[in-house]
Design a protein around this ligand. Sequence first.
Ligand code: SF4
Length: 488
Amino acid sequence: MTARTYAIRTFGCQMNEHDSERIAGLLEADGLVPAVDTDAADVVVLNTCCIRENADNKLYGTLGRLKTAKEERPGLEIIVSGCLAQNDREELQRRAGHVDVILGTHNVHRAVELLHQSRETGPVLEIWDEALEEAESFPSALAVRREIDYSAWVSIQIGCDNTCTYCIVPSVRGRELSRPFGELVAEVRRLAADGVHEITLLGQNVNSYGRDLTLARRELVDDTDADIEIAGTEWTGDGSRRIRPLFADLLTAVSSVEGIERVRFTSPHPKDLRPETIAAMATNDAVCNHLHLPLQSGSDAILTAMHRGYTAERYLEKLAAARAGIFDLAVSTDIIVGFPGESDEDFERTLEVAAEAEFDLAFTFIFSPRDGTVAATHTDRFIDPEIVGARYKRLHTVTERSALAKHRARIGRVEEVVVEGVSRRNEQMLSSRTRQNKLLHFASASPLRPGTRASVLVTDAGAHYLSGELVEVLAAPRHRTRIPVSAG
Ligand code: SF4
């Protein structure tokens, strides 16, 4: 008997991509195999995101096509998961009766059980309003089918306790929950033993990692076993140490795991960037010299309206401290243009701060209201789209200029890279990542497998890439496998 097949379409951020890996792992544990032809898959999973613009239109468009496919192939089963399902559950149920399972952000681990249930009872909707404080809440904690075998995401925290007024994440992902320190270190050890040499620690606000563990530890303060689980033996070894592990402690612990050569993380909130984190980045060789530090606006008035918790000056101070402390640091950022009430002066301030910060890379976004957020209710302060468009272009000019200058400054250097695969634009070239997280294309006479480490001389640069010549191969990967999980 041939095995049933599955395909997953992922919309949104790395959190969602990691959730998709986990759903893939659960489906494979249930006997399904990845579909070679995704249009012919027996089970289709749409893992949704409501942060991006038009996310709902894209989802309903895809569901319309799947309805036709299901009429032709009644055995086709459809699962919709993720933030949009969490947020728009009734709407989704009303508009897409052909969906077999709708599940939210807190019960991803139930995907297969709910699929089985739907076969008995018909369409199932199960959304939890809160995560359980248990291992299943963390996408890394269960069977995961990784997309790339040399590299893995490790979810260290779910949810967010901040209240940025434009952001829907706190209402769809819930309050902040940190995964116990000891569990995380054990997970990274398992990954390293499995051939992974690069990890990315994931959380909405990684710098606040461990804040909630303080309370948990206080409740269990006389229980040594619980201490070890929450804090880890590495961390509790010194009785004089703090009552909770900091993100810096975690960085140090995971970068000390044998076999782990690159540690990345996303995203840190500027207000919570502590000197300890900078010191941990500076002193642990495995931690990559790249920091994503979302600015969002250079205007203090807009930062206050956004509830960001820092001023532009404070942001620049933290940035300067990071650059002073960490050798050869690359910095990327996110900036929103046209937030409700943004005046010409506010925008000029953003231009000034962006120019002063000299980012290596900036993700610039035009404000778009998200239902359920405070900012979306300020319709009287929305900015004329033409004005916003013109501002966006000016900001783009500033951020592209600094990106190009940063990239050109690498010409003539030899970079240590990890090969990602054949370049999408030129099959003769390989694409790779430097430790600064820059994309570097180079030609190689022999094919190099993804995960290969090499040194490459940089010979040319654009605002978003470097190109160069192979100097030498440093190490071959231990293995590589891919599954059809595509980002949308
Ligand atoms: S820190 Fe702000 S922008 Fe980031 S997830 Fe939390 S609320 Fe959203």
